[in-house]
Design a protein around this ligand. Sequence first.
Ligand code: ZN
Length: 434
Amino acid sequence: MSRLGVGMHDLIRELYPICRSITGEGVRATLRTLQTRIPLVIHEVPSGTRVFDWSVPLEWNITDAFIKNRHGKRIVDFHASNLHVMSYSAPVRTTMRLADLRPHLFTSAEHPEWIPYRTSYYKENWGFCLSHKQLSQLPDEEYEICIDSTLVPGALTYGECYLAGETSEEVLVSCHICHPSLCNDNLSGIAVATFLAETLLRRVLRYSYRFVFIPGTIGSITWLARNEQAVSRIRHGLVLTGVGAGDRVTYKRSRRGRAEIDRAMEQILKHSGEPYRVIDFFPYGYDERQYCSPGFDLPVGCFMRIPHGEYPEYHTSADDMDFVKPDALARSYSHCLAVFDLLEQDRTYVNKNPKCEPQLGRRGLYRAIAGQQERQNRELVLLWVLNLSDGRHSLLDIAERADVSFEEVQRAAEALVACDLLQEHAEPETQPKF
Ligand code: ZN
């Protein structure tokens, strides 16, 4: 088992007990934990702030909640699982009979052992979530109800980690931080993003990287509203979500469909040896909905393993520490890092000997190549790179056309540069690639 996978799993374990929502102390506590690992700036946006067609909601905090039976025993206890309280529940303290309480109780008949996860952000309400099995066993008696929460003007909190590279062009990585004790949905993305930032922090980078840790939907809308001008610097982006479980990767393309990030991800997955599928953009899902809204249309795809709603554990207490696996986390991390490496290293070159093929043998390009087949494959990659390096095709273009891995193409380009057959094509930095 990889050390990194275990490290990410441990970070998830540390964040798991925190009761998060779209605002409140849970989000702050989560971001403070991440601050011990990466340079994260915490932003606070006051309730009521207009953000495009939305406004920042009241801040929600909770300290306790329970349902007590007539013997005074807590039969539903917020401290046993924060999923027991519907997120954004208004405060309540009363007694009522089961029949009156029922409209405020949420269960999943399909999975009678699990506690479902419910929210009521934009309509004031209160509620409890419990297993269907427990509800079916509750006697019809009077219950004491308490939700000790506050719903008052405060702020929406998000975190931003900026890693400066050689250029001001940016790679955006975004994940949501608004779910309570749920592992694959929200904590896996947080863990992988944090570890990616930690790794990139130690590297010399060509691109600048901006990691945003935001509450879903209202967080990305708020971030976009506050950074409307700055988003023009974003060249590539990924939303990371649901990256800790499942046997294969799912990549959802950006709205543009053939943006460099889409092509880079497909290229890496195709040669990764891991099962994967690539799906087209659709205007539902996670924060790619906002990044890819027509007024922004950013080149931001969504990297997942199993998409939301496609696994029974989704939005239930079964999305727990056992559901997310260190190996899945580590593989997700590796694919994303490979994509960043590709973006960092993708270049356009010019063949310095474009009139007919140069003689490759006498330049020592086949040294240390043992087998005949290997030699032929290598020669073909060298010929592809020489042929398409006319200043108009990047290494990624060549890898796609030759149907070989980016790594092979890049190695061939390095060898050709070393023997002076290839030189980098000078491209003005400010010229957008699309
Ligand atoms: Zn969710």
